[in-house]
Design a protein around this ligand. Structure first.
Ligand code: FES
Ligand code: FES
Length: 159
């Protein structure tokens, strides 16, 4: 066991854990940040997606020892001052979820997509989101929600 100081959502959080423990496990079981979901545990479903230095990563496959000095953003860190980010808002407005299990991973990945490609084509959306699996099959609504978020971000930046 070792002491770590993790930079999560703009705060430095101390945690004591084995350096090999997954970031997902630390978030959920030691820091009680349960917005990030455990799906497959094998890097295949995307439910556990977080941002590391702004890039989407599967937190079930990342040891905390390897991210001790990284900037980590989870779903809990996407809203600011009680205001949802455009992707979160669009997912709600388009009802782009059923059971919701995949949703936080989808939103985190889509947030990264829009930072990289503010106005993505449908093909870019499908390709970028390819590793995020929705067992409820809400893909069409998810695509529409991402397009809506893209539009509202563009309108917001013009306002
Ligand atoms: S739980 Fe990490 S990719 Fe499925
Ligand atoms: S909404 Fe159920 S897994 Fe996607």
């Amino acid at each position: 066991m070792a002491d770590f100081r993790l930079n999560i959502n703009g705060k430095v959080l101390p945690v004591r854990a084995d350096g090999q423990e997954s970031l997902l496990s630390v978030l959920r079981n030691r820091l009680e940040m349960t917005g990030t979901k455990y799906g497959c545990g094998e890097g295949e479903c995307g439910a556990c997606t977080v941002l590391l230095e702004g890039k989407p990563r599967r937190s079930c496959r990342v040891s905390i020892g390897s991210v001790a000095h990284s900037r980590i953003t989870t779903i809990e860190g996407l809203e600011h001052d009680g205001k949802l980010n455009p992707v979160q808002q669009a997912f709600l407005e388009e009802e782009a979820l059923q059971c919701g299990y995949c949703t936080s991973g989808m939103i985190v990945s889509a947030t990264a997509l829009l930072r990289e490609h503010p106005q993505p084509s449908e093909k870019q959306i499908v390709e970028f989101m390819n590793g995020n699996i929705c067992r409820c099959g809400t893909y069409p609504r998810i695509i529409v929600a991402i397009q809506r978020a893209s539009k509202s971000t563009a309108e917001g930046s013009r306002a």
